[in-house]
Write a protein that binds this ligand. Structure first.
Ligand code: FES
Ligand SMILES: [Fe+2]
Length: 408
């Protein structure tokens, strides 16, 4: 199919999208639309690549992989964290192939013909090349990287969206929970056989929580009758601690001009629960500025792919990373206070319990959703308002973004 006919076809599909309804089938199945999503939306937005505490020492690195791209997120010997493209400047091989590692002699070597790079991405040595070969012109490509409250954000585009609004959102929420001095204790990856948009639509609504996440629903009052009253009581209690985490709603089409989209809101836990644990009781020492467990939880979103949940004793990062048009990886990363010790004042199994079982059930329901939308009998159906309003808001934002940024 020519690029023009692809464009015309997609234009027609956008026109037939009926407001208030899910997307036409092709948006979830077509490799061409997926390519367009990557180019026009996902490469333009900031994505959370991980947390600084995973690479504390010079030479430490981890890989972040999305679609066809692989990024080496490395702490250089100057202490600076960089996002280096994992593409050798000789003939393009991947250089690092392990999920994480350490440049033990201060360099990383390409496994193909052994060109050697320093931890800042500059080329240190290239065997059997002519004497006048210019090594300084063959550094690894680098993309934008910023760190906010310990969270590492990367951006593949040349003129990235501003991060000031998101920085403000994170500093007034996750930083209050001490995420800048927190420590990653565990990470799980869930390969979901579904288009990335079905993952985000699912992430944005809690219509499915009662039927699909019994334990989540038992512990959280979000999307339950009376949530306003219990949340107001919780917020008043938090204010007694001198902590006020403001609502920030600059996500999706409400992003400030030229800025990355961000969102923050707090909800009360249910009944006597104070955290996301099996019995609702604390599973790790308090984090950040909280002098007590206040019975609240904070949700933060950044851009279209990165989501964060903060309890007073632990936090979790959720990223939905597209791999192919019909496959998305959910990476869940758990954080506790850096002074907490495993086996002494926390148990990894108890800290990770809720979001392991919840993510496993999300994988299943999203995959079943993909199977259903793949059917010839699928028709876009109506969202339930207000409980699915955020999924609808995402779909509107998505269509706007991919149509607005045609040249990107
Ligand atoms: S491709 Fe890396 S050294 Fe040849
Ligand atoms: Fe879910």
């Amino acid at each position: 199919m020519s690029q023009q006919s692809v464009e015309t076809g997609i234009g027609k599909l956008t026109e037939i999208w009926q407001e208030g309804h899910s997307l036409p089938r092709e948006f979830y199945l077509s490799p061409e639309i997926y390519e367009r999503d990557i180019e026009r939306m996902l490469l333009r937005h900031w994505i959370c690549a991980g947390h600084e505490s995973s690479i504390p020492t010079a030479g430490d690195y981890f890989l972040f992989e999305m679609d066809r791209e692989s990024v080496i997120v490395m702490r250089g010997h100057d202490g600076i964290v960089r996002a280096l493209m994992n593409v050798c400047r000789h003939r393009g091989s991947r250089i690092c192939t392990r999920e994480s590692g350490h440049a033990s002699s201060g360099v990383i070597a390409c496994p193909y013909h052994a060109w050697v790079y320093r931890t800042d991405g500059s080329l240190h040595g290239a065997r059997m090349m002519p004497a006048d070969f210019d090594k300084s012109a063959h550094s690894l490509a680098q993309i934008e990287l910023r760190i906010v409250a310990g969270l590492i954000f990367i951006n593949f585009s040349k003129g990235p969206l501003g991060l000031d609004a998101v920085t403000e959102t994170i500093n007034s929420s996750l930083k209050v929970y001490g995420w800048h001095r927190a420590r990653v204790i565990h990470q799980e990856r869930y390969l979901i056989d579904a288009n990335w948009k079905l993952c985000i639509e699912n992430q944005m609504e809690c219509y499915h929580c009662a039927p699909s996440h019994r334990d989540y629903s038992r512990l959280h009052s979000q999307a339950k009758p009376g949530v306003e009253e219990s949340t107001n009581r919780m917020l008043a209690r938090t204010r007694e601690f001198g902590i006020d985490i403001p609502i920030q709603d600059h996500w999706a089409l409400q992003a400030r001009a030229g800025q990355e989209a961000g969102y923050c809101r707090r909800y009360a836990m249910s009944g006597t629960a104070v955290t996301g644990s099996e019995d609702g009781g604390p599973v790790a020492p308090l984090m950040g500025d909280f002098p007590d467990y206040d019975g609240g939880t904070t949700f933060v979103y950044v851009g279209p792919l990165s989501f964060f949940i903060a309890y007073t004793d632990y936090g979790a990062i959720f990223r939905f990373i597209p791999k192919r048009h019909d496959q998305t990886e959910l990476i869940v990363t758990w954080l506790v206070d850096s002074k907490a010790h495993e086996g002494v004042n926390f148990d990894r199994g108890r800290v990770t319990w809720l979001w392991r079982i919840t993510s496993e059930s999300d994988k299943k329901i999203i995959e079943d959703n993909q199977l259903g939308v793949s059917s010839r009998f699928y028709q876009p159906g109506p969202y339930s308002f207000p409980i699915e309003a955020s999924s609808h808001r995402f779909v509107e934002w998505y269509l706007h973004d991919v149509n607005e940024h045609g040249e990107g």
